[in-house]
Design a binder for this molecule. Structure first.
Ligand code: ZN
Length: 151
């Protein structure tokens, strides 16, 4: 368990597309543990692997309801719309409103390699969208509907 350095906007690794995890090796499990430590240390509600410099499709989320670990997450369903202010640990101090689905369903693998389905509304839906976007090099500021404050 260790806290890793969070990459910040301008670091080109944040703009790269991440590779699918083919095999859940000990280093993937360590990555999940370290990402959770890093997220909690930074008081974030989510973290994607490229934010700690690893180009793999791995995400952790905790909106206050416990840790959710997602390997190779794919959004398979979304409904509705909500516009909320978002921030990102990789863009310190900035916030902007983003239009996201109100409901999202994600399929992924857990750390045991089992297929899981995670559904979310409100903040969880936003976190699922925000974090899976990171895996494709997309930052929330790309989707801001209004002014980006603090950038
Ligand atoms: Zn982010």
């Amino acid at each position: 368990m260790a806290i890793r350095k969070i990459r910040v906007n301008g670091d080109e690794i944040l703009r790269k597309k991440c590779k699918e995890v083919k095999e859940i090796t000990p280093s993937i499990l360590t990555l999940l543990d370290d990402m959770a430590d890093t997220m909690y240390d930074a008081n974030g509600v989510g973290l994607a692997a490229p934010q700690v410099g690893v180009l793999k499709r791995v995400v952790v989320i905790d909106i206050g309801e416990g840790i959710v670990e997602l390997i190779n997450p794919v959004i398979v369903e979304k409904r509705g719309s909500q516009v909320c202010a978002e921030g990102c640990l990789s863009i310190p101090g900035a916030t902007a409103e983003v239009d996201r689905p109100e409901y999202v369903k994600v399929e992924a693998l857990n750390r045991n390699g089992e297929k899981i389905v995670v559904e979310g509304t409100e903040l969880m839906a936003i976190a699922l969208c925000h974090e899976t976007d990171h895996l494709d090099g997309i930052l929330y500021i790309d989707k801001a509907v209004g002014e980006i404050e603090g950038l």
